[in-house]
Design a protein around this ligand. Structure first.
Ligand code: NAP
Length: 292
């Protein structure tokens, strides 16, 4: 299934930093309602966010607005086993079928739901059994516990190998003018060819874009402000998102801010159309030199 057919919103709300936001269940419920009303219906989780505490808080927040589940798309990622989890001495990755199935069950309990819209493997496992992963994904779909399956932080080759065994709906990876490896590796084009939309994390470099002391951030912001003026956009932050939405494959972008204005900037970014020169001016500012 494509992200579009799952009903995902082009701007996804990222839940990684939720515990830093110090929100009560009621406040998080209001955040979710606000997001839905603005057109953001997809929420990105992982079992390791707050070691389960983020999913638990979100599940509790959902109880304040019963009957809304069908309006949301819940994404969650598993496969990282941190130290101090029961029975784990060394942090490691686990993509065994048993672990994947058990992890989904636990996320469902925490999120107080009976299905995930999209279930992702958080990081590529150096010791994978691809057939086992494919079988687990198939079983979970047949049981109605997940609607779609995908991966995160996979290389093009890792993606292709697994996609040949089971349909992957996305690859979720980092991208911003600071971290443009996926642009340079051809990841966007490869996914577009496979009719798969990427999901992008840390679109603002995890906040680096706001640094007053980082010279790259200062340059990139200046370039974005210049494009903002040309396009008459309401903020330079909207240009930061538009830079990502301009990439091939109809990207979905995960915004990680607690603030409503940041989500509004992201939504404006979907509508803006950067010219090639606008786009390359921002890349040039990040690299500190023009393309060859
Ligand atoms: P981001 O949007 O690049 O960064 C968010 C940070 O930028 C927040 O600390 C936010 O603070 C700050 N920020 C945003 N607008 C600001 C403004 N106008 N002024 C000052 N600060 C501002 O994204 P991210 O949080 O790094 O990542 C987004 C999501 O991607 C995560 O929540 C998670 O769901 C996902 N993710 C996935 C992976 C993976 O391996 N698959 C890895 C990392 C993240 P405020 O809240 O104060 O605005």
């Amino acid at each position: 299934m494509t992200l579009s057919s799952l009903g995902c919103s082009r701007v996804v709300a990222g839940m990684w930093r939720v515990l830093e936001w110090k929100m009560s269940e009621r406040e998080l419920s209001n955040y979710v309602q606000d997001a839905i009303e603005s057109g953001i219906s997809t929420f990105d989780h992982a079992d390791v966010y707050g070691r389960g505490a983020v999913e638990t808080l979100f599940g509790q927040a959902l109880t304040y607005s019963p009957g809304q589940r069908h309006k949301l798309q819940l994404v969650s990622k598993v496969g990282i086993r941190p130290t101090n989890s029961p029975g784990v001495r060394i942090k490691h990755y686990d993509t065994s079928a048993t672990y994947l199935r058990d992890s989904v069950e636990q996320s469902l309990v925490r999120l107080k739901t009976d299905y995930l819209d999209l279930f992702l493997i958080h990081r590529p496992d150096p010791l994978p059994c691809l057939d086992e992963i494919a079988e687990a994904a198939q079983t979970l779909k047949q049981q109605g516990k997940i609607r779609a399956f995908g991966v995160s932080n996979y290389s093009t080759q890792q993606f292709d190998l697994l996609h040949a065994r089971t349909a992957l709906s996305t690859n979720q990876f980092e991208c911003s003018p600071f971290e443009a490896g996926a642009v340079e590796s051809g990841m966007f084009t490869a996914l577009a060819q496979a009719d798969v939309s990427p999901m992008i994390w840390s679109p603002l470099g995890g906040g680096r874009l706001f640094s007053e002391t980082d010279p790259v951030a200062v340059r990139v912001r200046e370039a974005m402000k210049s494009v903002q003026e040309h396009l008459g956009a309401s903020s330079w932050q909207a240009i930061a998102y538009a830079w990502l939405f301009r990439l091939p494959g109809t990207p979905y972008v995960i915004a990680g801010s607690r603030r409503r204005e940041a989500l509004v900037d992201a939504l404006e970014g979907v509508k803006l159309q950067l010219s090639r020169e606008h786009w390359f001016a921002i890349l040039e500012a990040a690299r500190g030199q023009p393309v060859a």
